[in-house]
Every structure is written in structure tokens, then in C-alpha cells.
Design a protein around this ligand. Structure first.
Ligand SMILES: Cc1cc2nc3c(=O)[nH]c(=O)nc-3n(C[C@H](O)[C@H](O)[C@H](O)COP(=O)(O)OP(=O)(O)OC[C@H]3O[C@@H](n4cnc5c(N)ncnc54)[C@H](O)[C@@H]3O)c2cc1C
Length: 263
């Protein structure tokens, strides 16, 4: 269990960031589910409750999601359910249970760049940007590639389009981490295939996505694209599955994902 020596509730983002920067072990608190699993000794726990960051709204052609929004809110919000075939609710609905998802936050889930993340894979298949207090706004794919820096994730911006998408994951048992997860989306015949829980951080299968965007899709072509995705993405082994198993799963899930989006 972690220890918090002092709890602070800043009234604005600048103050929160200042406290975060003041000392190495000053730490932002999301829902604390992940922090609780560790033994970190936190000097100042920074609670963002007063910053009104728990919301989902439309703004300037984007869906804006505040960092303190819970995964359950993401799962049930009408706007998020309506867009992208509900790919975001789909991606989080198998994470533990409703009570758990009521507590854990979108900001922590994305900021932490967990390899096993279901949400990051789904977000990666959409036109998602991350807004950090210090580093500013950038595409999610760039954020994931950056070395980890102390910052405060403020909100996500997802371009509001008619993108069609789906999300699939394979778990050894209900509520366990995914052995592998895949999100597939298309907009104006430009496809994106994202693969996560490899078990490392989610990545886009760039070559397979481009191949899919090229010409008419036949079942033979889809088979080839799925094969390409499984070859270009690297996989590792952990207690949940071997690299070879994940590679085979990738091919099956990508193929199923494309068929689902086409349907
Ligand atoms: C037992 C268990 C099982 C899980 N299973 C899954 C699963 O199957 N699939 C899945 O996708 N996820 C899973 N998760 C992860 C979960 O969905 C959350 O992503 C995770 O708990 C972090 O959310 P939190 O709000 O609890 O963060 P916290 O525990 O509060 O924080 C986690 C980290 O994020 C930092 N942080 C929090 N908010 C911000 C912010 N706004 N800006 C910058 N840094 C911030 C904190 O300082 C801390 O370092 C699991 C977690 C647990 C504990």
C-alpha cells in the first residue's frame, strides 16, 4: 500500500503543476487504484477534484474528455456511445467491474502508457490528441513515443468524424488483462489498425493499415493485411501468452476487426 504524507487540492492547473514540480515524490492522484498496488511514499498527493476535469463534451469539432472522467462515465456517456460505433465504451467494458470503472480515471489510464491498456489501443485507432499542462497538445501517437516526463494530463481531444471503428480483445479469463487487443477503424477508406497488450505499449500497424487503404477489399486481401499486421508488429512473452501465440492472435483479431467494420 502507498503512503501519502500530505494531501493537497489545488484550485487551478498552474498551482497543481507547480506542486507536482516542487518535489520528486509529489504525485497526482487519479482514482488511486493503480497507486494503491504499489508501495510509493508520496510527499504531497495532488487531488485534482477542484479543477472540474470530470466531463465529456463537444467543442470545436472535437469530443473533449477531461482527465478526471471515470472509465464508467466514458462507457455510458451518450456522445461517446454514438460516435465511432461506440469503440471507446467497448474497449473499457471488460476492465474488472462497474464499481472499479466508477473510480479509475481516463487521465491516469492514458498518462501511464500501460502496455496492457485497453483504452489506449482504442484511442490510437481514432484521431486522438493529448493535452498536457507543460508539453501542450499533441497526437496520442507522439505522446506515446515520448520519454516519460513529469507532467499533468489535462484532457483528450478526439476529432469528431464519421469514422467507423471496432475493438476486440482476448483475455484468458474475465477481468484479467488482455493477452492481446486490437482496434480497427476507417474514415474515407483510410484505415488504422492498432494493436496493444503485445504485451508492450500499443502501436499502429502502419504498413498493414496502408495496404488496407489501397484497393478493393476481397477476403483474400483482408487475409493478407491481417498477415502483414502480425508480421510488422513485434510481440513479447509474459505469463499471459507467448510471442508466437500473440502473433497468431493478432492475425485472427485484425481479420475479425476488419470484417466487423465492413459489416
Ligand atoms: C487490479 C487492476 C486491474 C486492471 N486491469 C486493467 C485492464 O484489464 N485493462 C486496462 O486497460 N486497465 C486496467 N487497469 C488500469 C486501470 O484501468 C487504470 O488505468 C489505472 O488504475 C489508473 O487509473 P487510476 O485513476 O486508478 O490512477 P492512479 O492509480 O490514481 O494513478 C496512476 C498513475 O497516473 C498518474 N496520474 C493520475 N492522473 C494523472 C494526470 N491527470 N496527469 C498525469 N499523471 C496522472 C498518477 O500520479 C500515477 O502515477 C487495471 C488496474 C488495476 C489496479
Amino acid at each position: 500500500m502507498f503512503t501519502i504524507l500530505d494531501l493537497v487540492q489545488p484550485d487551478n492547473l498552474a498551482e497543481a503543476y507547480q506542486i507536482l514540480s516542487d518535489k520528486q515524490n509529489n504525485t497526482i492522484l487519479g482514482g488511486c487504484a493503480f497507486l494503491k498496488m504499489g508501495k510509493k511514499r508520496i510527499n504531497k498527493g495532488i487531488d485534482l477534484t477542484n479543477l472540474n476535469l470530470s466531463y465529456i463534451q463537444e467543442k470545436d469539432g472535437f469530443i473533449e474528455i477531461g482527465a478526471m472522467t471515470s472509465l464508467r462515465e466514458l462507457e455510458t456517456h451518450p456522445l461517446v456511445k454514438e460516435y465511432y460505433n461506440g469503440v471507446l465504451p467497448k474497449s473499457v467494458r471488460d476492465i474488472i467491474g462497474v464499481q472499479f470503472r466508477n473510480g479509475v480515471t481516463v487521465g491516469a489510464s492514458v498518462y501511464s502508457k500501460y502496455g496492457f491498456s485497453d483504452l489506449i489501443t482504442a484511442l490510437l485507432s481514432l484521431d486522438t490528441e493529448v493535452e498536457l499542462f507543460k508539453a501542450g497538445r499533441m497526437p496520442l501517437v507522439d505522446f506515446l513515443a515520448r520519454p516519460k516526463e513529469k507532467d499533468l494530463l489535462v484532457r483528450l481531444w478526439i476529432k469528431k468524424t464519421m469514422r467507423q471503428a471496432t475493438y476486440l480483445s482476448f483475455r484468458n479469463s474475465a477481468s484479467d488483462y488482455s493477452v492481446l487487443n486490437v482496434a480497427v477503424s476507417t474514415l474515407d477508406n483510410r484505415w488504422t489498425i492498432a494493436v496493444g497488450a503485445r504485451p508492450s505499449r500499443a502501436a499502429i500497424a502502419v504498413s498493414a493499415s496502408a495496404m488496407l487503404s489501397q484497393d478493393v477489399l476481397t477476403s483474400e486481401k483482408i487475409e493478407k493485411v491481417a498477415q502483414r499486421a502480425s508480421e510488422e508488429i513485434s510481440f513479447g512473452t509474459n505469463t499471459r501468452g507467448t510471442a508466437t501465440y500473440r502473433k497468431a492472435l493478432c492475425k485472427a483479431l485484425v481479420k475479425r476487426g476488419i470484417m466487423e467494420v465492413l459489416a
